[in-house]
Design a protein around this ligand. Structure first.
Ligand SMILES: C[S@@+](CC[C@H](N)C(=O)[O-])C[C@H]1O[C@@H](n2cnc3c(N)ncnc32)[C@H](O)[C@@H]1O
Length: 272
């Protein structure tokens, strides 16, 4: 596994870490992602007056949406190991006028600096696939939730990705080949339900959402271009084949025939 291909494992060590701020905000702006977020926050039962923690909060795109649901007495804290992400999250939260109800702190989800039994809700979205020690993160999430509090986790599962492309063999080589070498756990989505059950949580539920893009949104476009670049780097495709693969995608999009889907698995459970 070539872990360094995944920037989200160590954003601050990337050559241009600030670029990932726009990448995440861009992803968050797409209509399908807004819908995913809204549904996830409902699934996690985020509501007024709660004390909430998000692990791996990135630019705070979800903390801001969650803060808006908490009312004046609720508080949400986002924790992320990246200073660049945390600074961006603070700036965006200030611009949104959230005040002290929304706090972002630098920290590792596997070693939280909070006392046990503190939060009504603890959640993490698209984090587990990027980390080698996701079990430690899950254990910490359970520890800091109060008894009766909910832990909610959502991840994509790259085994569920589909892309309509005329060259299926090359698509498989690029898409499956790259994610298998890029992410510590590209199939994390499907594991969430079972892992929450094994952690001893009660009333564990699973909700699956399909992200779909038929427009080749800038976020999807950038992701596919990065996959092609990484396929070249990993020797999975020649520069020529990768360029042709991207050109075919852009041609499909120009004709209004682009279709891309990816499943997002969310699990939630209650701390006994
Ligand atoms: C793909 S981003 C998701 C950000 C945000 N949850 C969202 O959906 O927009 C993954 C985030 O996980 C963070 N991360 C990486 N390792 C982590 C760890 N050990 N503990 C907590 N967060 C971590 C990264 O810094 C990054 O901000």
């Amino acid at each position: 596994m070539t872990r360094s291909l995944d920037p989200y494992g160590a954003i601050d060590r990337q050559r241009q870490p600030h670029g990932y701020v726009e990448h995440l905000e861009g992803r968050g702006r797409t209509p399908a992602q807004r819908r995913l977020r809204r549904r996830f926050l409902r699934f996690a039962q985020i509501g007024r007056g709660q004390r909430v923690l998000e692990i791996g909060s990135g630019t705070g795109i979800i903390t801001r949406d969650a803060a808006a649901l908490l009312g004046p007495r609720g508080v949400i804290i986002g924790v992320d190991p990246s200073r660049v992400m945390t600074q961006a999250a603070r700036r965006l939260a200030r611009a949104g006028g959230f005040g002290s109800r929304l706090v972002h702190a630098v920290g590792d989800g596997a070693r939280l600096r909070f006392a046990s039994n503190r939060f009504d809700r603890v959640f993490a979205v698209t984090v587990l696939l990027h980390v080698a020690n996701s079990s430690a993160i899950l254990r910490e999430m359970v520890r800091v939730a109060r008894p009766g509090g909910l832990i909610a986790v959502q991840d994509q599962d790259f085994g569920s990705l589909t892309l309509d492309h005329p060259d299926r063999a090359l698509t498989e080589r690029i898409m499956d080949g790259v994610v298998g070498r890029m992410y510590p756990d590209p199939l994390s989505g499907r594991t969430i339900f079972g892992r929450l059950v094994r952690l001893g949580l009660k009333e564990v539920r699973l909700a699956v959402e399909v992200f779909q893009d038929t427009k080749l949104e800038p976020y999807t476009h950038a992701m596919l271009r990065r996959r092609a670049e990484n396929a070249i780097r990993l020797g999975l495709a020649s520069p020529r084949a990768a360029a042709r693969w991207i050109a075919d995608i852009e041609r499909l999009a120009a004709r209004g025939q682009f279709a891309f889907t990816l499943n997002y698995y969310a699990g939630r459970g209650m701390k006994p």
